[in-house]
Design a protein around this ligand. Structure first.
Ligand SMILES: [Zn+2]
Ligand SMILES: [Zn+2]
Length: 362
C-alpha cells in the first residue's frame, strides 16, 4: 500500500538519508519503516547508501510511488565502480567510499555533514558526496565537514533516530542539534584535491602530465601517491622524505595516521592533511618527481608495496628508479617482549577509540 505522505528524493540525497527522512515524516521510527517494507531484510546492518539490490526494489517502489531508476541514481555503486574500474563485491570496503564499519546496527564512522548546509536546508538531509573519502570540506560554505557529534563524539547514525526526533540533523545518541556545530574554515589548498576529483568523476577522461587516463586510472594514481606520502611520513628523517620536501611537500610524522587504518576508515582531519600532499604531488611534472627521487637515491621499493602493481601510467617513472632494496635484508627478529614504541601504543589507542565511539562503555 502506498504511503499517505510522499517524500521526494532531494538533489544528491543519499539513500539512507531519504529512508530516515521518510520515516520521520510518516511519524515512525526508521527501523519500523524499513521493517514494514522489508520484513526479512535487516538493511541497517549494511551500507544501504551503496545500493538497493534489484530483488529488494519492488516493495519500496510500491510504497513510495518513486520509480526504481530514481533509487538507482541515488545509489553509490555506479560512481564507485567508475572510480574502482571493476565490479565491486558487496562485502568489502569500496575504494574511496568511507567505510561505516557496520557491526549489527552500530556504525563506527563514515558519515560526514556540513553544519551550514543543514542550517540552510528547509528539510535537512545527507548528501551522497559526503560519503566519498576525498570529501573533507563543503565547497559551498568553505568549511570542514564534521564526522562525529561535537557533544558526545558518537559517529553520525541517523538510522538510530526515532519518530519524536522529527528531523535528521541531530545526534542519534545524545540528540544534540548538529546545526549548532561550530564550523572551521577551510583553505583553498585543502579543497583543491576535492574539486579536482569531483570534476574528474564528472568526465570520462583525466590527464596526468601529458597523458590522458581513464577515471579509474586517475584515482589509482592518487591512491599510489597517498601510499607514497604515508610511507615517507613513517620516516620523516629519511632521504625519501627529504626528496618530497624538496618538491615542496613537507613530510612530518603527524601526517601518518596514528591508527594505520585504510584511507576509507580515517577521520576527515587525517584524510585532509594527506590529500593536500597528494594534490601537490599530482601537480608536479612526473619527470621532475622522478629526477628528484633519482638524485636522492630513492628506490622503487621505498615508494610502494611490491605486492601491488603500480598504475600503468606510472610504470615508466618507476622503471627509472633502482629496484634494489634500500637496506640489506635484516634478519627478522622473533616477537619480543620489549616495550612497544610510543607510536605503536598511540596507534592501538586510536583504533580502540574508534571502536569505543561505536560502543561506549555502559
Ligand atoms: Zn555546506
Ligand atoms: Zn551526540
Amino acid at each position: 500500500m502506498p504511503w499517505a505522505l510522499n517524500v521526494p528524493l532531494l538533489p544528491d540525497e543519499s539513500l539512507s538519508s531519504w529512508l530516515v527522512r521518510t520515516a520521520l515524516r510518516q511519524g515512525c521510527d526508521p527501523l519500523a519503516l524499513t521493517g514494514a517494507i522489508w520484513p526479512k531484510w535487516r538493511i541497517w546492518t549494511r551500507d544501504i547508501d551503496r545500493e538497493i539490490p534489484d530483488v529488494r526494489m519492488s516493495p519500496l517502489v510500491n510504497a513510495s510511488g518513486i520509480p526504481s531508476s530514481e533509487f538507482q541514481k541515488s545509489a553509490l555503486r555506479y560512481d564507485c565502480e567508475r572510480i574502482a574500474g571493476y565490479s565491486l563485491p558487496e562485502t568489502r570496503t569500496w575504494p574511496w567510499l568511507l567505510a561505516l564499519g557496520t557491526r549489527n546496527r552500530t556504525h563506527h564512522g563514515g558519515q560526514q555533514f556540513c553544519p551550514l548546509c543543514f542550517m540552510e536546508d528547509s528539510a535537512p538531509y545527507l548528501r551522497r558526496q559526503w560519503r566519498f573519502a576525498w570529501h573533507t570540506g563543503c565547497s559551498v560554505h568553505g568549511v570542514q565537514l564534521v564526522d562525529d557529534c561535537p557533544a558526545c563524539t558518537a559517529p553520525i547514525e541517523p538510522h538510530r533516530l526515532i519518530a519524536e526526533d522529527v528531523h535528521i540533523a541531530q545526534c542519534g545518541r545524545c540528540k544534540y542539534d548538529l546545526r549548532k556545530t561550530i564550523c572551521t574554515a577551510l583553505s583553498l589548498e585543502e579543497l583543491a584535491f576535492q574539486k579536482m576529483a569531483d570534476s574528474i568523476l564528472k568526465q570520462d577522461i583525466a590527464t596526468v602530465g601529458e597523458n590522458s587516463v581513464a577515471v579509474a586510472e586517475w584515482f589509482s594514481i592518487a591512491v599510489f601517491f597517498l601510499g607514497v606520502v604515508r610511507r615517507a611520513s613513517r620516516r620523516p628523517e629519511s632521504a625519501f622524505a627529504d626528496a618530497l620536501g624538496s618538491l615542496g611537500i613537507p613530510i612530518t610524522a603527524s601526517m601518518m595516521p596514528l591508527s594505520g587504518l585504510a584511507f576509507e576508515l580515517l577521520p576527515a582531519s587525517e584524510r585532509r592533511e594527506l590529500l593536500v600532499a597528494v594534490k601537490h604531488l599530482l601537480s608536479i611534472d612526473l619527470e621532475e618527481t622522478v629526477e628528484t627521487f633519482i638524485n636522492a637515491d630513492v628506490k622503487a621499493t621505498a615508494l610502494h608495496d611490491q605486492r601491488k602493481p603500480p598504475p600503468i601510467a606510472l610504470l615508466p617513472m618507476i622503471a627509472l628508479l633502482s629496484d634494489s632494496p634500500s637496506v640489506t635484508h635484516c634478519h627478522r627478529t622473533p616477537p619480543s617482549h620489549h616495550p612497544k614504541t610510543e607510536r605503536a601504543v598511540r596507534a592501538s589507542w586510536a583504533r580502540l577509540k574508534r571502536r569505543m565511539k561505536a560502543e561506549p562503555p555502559s
